[in-house]
Design a protein around this ligand. Structure first.
Ligand SMILES: [Zn+2]
Length: 185
């Protein structure tokens, strides 16, 4: 059982949810598992990307390098750059053949949770959001779009369930869990 990822910022939750749609089923859960067990080491972020060393469950270390271009970023908070989640160059020296392994995922989660901890746009997108803010509406619109898309994992995803959630502390993990549960049926 992994810990919930709880965001202050709907924008960042939205970002991670979008990023997750690029990866294979279960990779995200394994990434959360590594993040949750504090397996992300030697983390360094810059405006062009981040580097980390991620320890797997068998105590092997893998080097993760994630790069993005400034022109693919929007400004988040006062001066942070938020890259387009579809335009990340991700590298890991593990044997995984997919573009996104659990080590990359754990590094991304580590990065975005730190960004969320900076707390800079809490005033704009409060955790007390009751579901009527532009941020929340954007989140709903995005998931409605995913449901309509041909992305197999989302085909049977019931967007109406999201509307029952009490506030914008919707977690990417919850969403993915719902998708996975339905996908397994
Ligand atoms: Zn890897």
């Amino acid at each position: 059982m992994v810990r919930r990822l709880t965001f202050r910022s709907a924008k960042l939750a939205n970002w991670l949810s979008h990023f997750v749609t690029n990866m294979k089923k279960n990779t995200f859960e394994r990434g959360i598992g590594l993040f949750d067990k504090h397996r992300v080491w030697d983390y360094h972020a810059s405006e062009n990307g981040l580097n980390a060393s991620v320890e797997d469950l068998h105590n092997s270390f893998f080097q993760v390098h994630i790069r993005w271009r400034k022109e693919d970023c929007e400004i988040y908070g006062t001066d942070q750059l938020l890259p387009n989640p579809d335009k990340l160059d991700c590298f890991c020296d593990c044997p995984s053949d997919g573009p996104y392994c659990e080590h990359v995922t754990a590094s991304i989660i580590y990065w975005i949770m730190r960004l969320d901890d900076r707390n800079e746009d809490v005033n704009a997108e409060s955790a007390a959001d009751q579901g009527d803010s532009p941020a929340y509406q954007n989140l709903m619109t995005r998931f409605a779009g995913l449901v309509r898309s041909e992305t197999p994992s989302y085909q049977r995803f019931d967007a109406n369930k999201l509307r029952l959630l009490p506030d914008v502390q919707t977690t990417a993990e919850q969403i993915v869990k719902s998708v996975m549960t339905r996908d397994d049926q």
